[in-house]
Ligand binder design. Sequence first.
Ligand code: SAM
Length: 468
Amino acid sequence: MSKRVIIDADKPLSQSLLWDIQRAYFLQAGMKAWQDDVVPSDISSNPVMARAYSQIVFGYLRDCFAAAQRGEFELDPSQPINIIELGAGSGRLAYHFLQTFLPRYRQSPFASQPIRYVMTDFVPEILEFWRKHERFQPFFEAGILDVALFDVMEMERPFHLQISKQTLTPTNTTDPVILIANYFFDSIPQDSFVIEEGLLCQNLLTLSSSQPEPDLADPALWDRLELHYEPIPLADTPYDEPRYNQILTDYEASLPDCSFSFPNVGLDCLRYWSGFGNGRLLFLTSDRGYSTPDALVSQPDPLPNLHGSFSLMVNYHAISEFASHSKGLVGQVPYYQDNIQVLAYLLGQGAQQAPETQLAFTEAVSQGGPDDFHALKNVVERQYATMNLPELLSFLRMSGWDASIFTHMHPHLQKATKTADPAWYPDVAQALQQIWQHYLPLRLDDTVQEAIRDVLSLMGYQDFTDET
Ligand SMILES: C[S@@+](CC[C@H](N)C(=O)[O-])C[C@H]1O[C@@H](n2cnc3c(N)ncnc32)[C@H](O)[C@@H]1O
């Protein structure tokens, strides 16, 4: 048997070398992670998700304005309400959000209150890409969009907005903050624990390889890597923050023997951002994970799910416990979301101060939200071949003109258009126009553009994709 080389020994998961490998991947890949479709993002950054978030943000704005009118706090009309997206990656969620949110916001009673969406990531090259993208320019020029470097491992660094050249601090950012993090908590460090015969142990991780690994960015490293967890009884409370330790103590007292992860770095991040906005924070988040104790106890030791980078399931149950211990409010559906967990957390505001936010969450998520849409999408896309043209167009409309759905549907749409009565052509052309407008291209040789051109030319329509 060949001898294994230990490359990292007995570390709490959140301090493991695994996360250096993760960072090396994102830093090296830059925008290619999404241009080459390596890191999945269709389910977390699509128009349906953006529409749901926009509805919840509106509910939240209604609550904030009502509370300010009641004199519960002061809303400063000279500074924007910031919507800050962490780990924004491709930038597509931001683009979809602005498209659905802005027309409504501009006609709303809050239109005199400035609002700003800030896309963040820790990879400088990604920020450069966003800054140069022509589809973002009108939003930059209107002062409604900004970009900032934010690294959850270096939160002490000044939060500097690169377009407006302002630096946000807890002191100068007094209006409520809205935080968005999709497929983010699954990509940042977390810890792992085990309850063995009723005793809480911390899982320590050892990484070994068949050879020394000087280059953590080597993609072949994953084929050589082995992970080994060792549960070690805790000699002391593991965290400085009593609320984290309390959650672990509660788990030890209430859960059967099981293994679970703990989002310590995610919670640090949430605490950091709740220092802004005078403690008033709406946090919207979607990820692979679990939010009920039943799902929590059925988890194996955390194993990376590889897709260029890797991801681990997120323990939303612990985040909900933290929010409840912090007198916050949790927006969570009363059933299992099979594809993606979508949750909202309100910190710094009680239930009686947030009726509109809660209602909006119910309407946008619990009564049929992004997870439900994804489930149905999986079924409908297997039926494209049997669907007629109006049916295909209906589904595109319901998707919020999702270009990724259009790409999969394209051969069938092409075929259905070919045999359709030309009376349908204006509707098809209008659909293609909408898809193009709602799309954020990431590369020059773009397949969506090609597919749109194909259908336009089939109908004898002029190509509009060169004009943006
Ligand atoms: C799985 S991707 C998700 C991207 C996007 N939110 C989406 O849903 O498609 C994770 C993102 O988090 C960023 N990220 C990873 N580690 C980070 C860290 N330590 N601080 C800030 N962002 C980080 C990555 O660069 C990447 O954009």
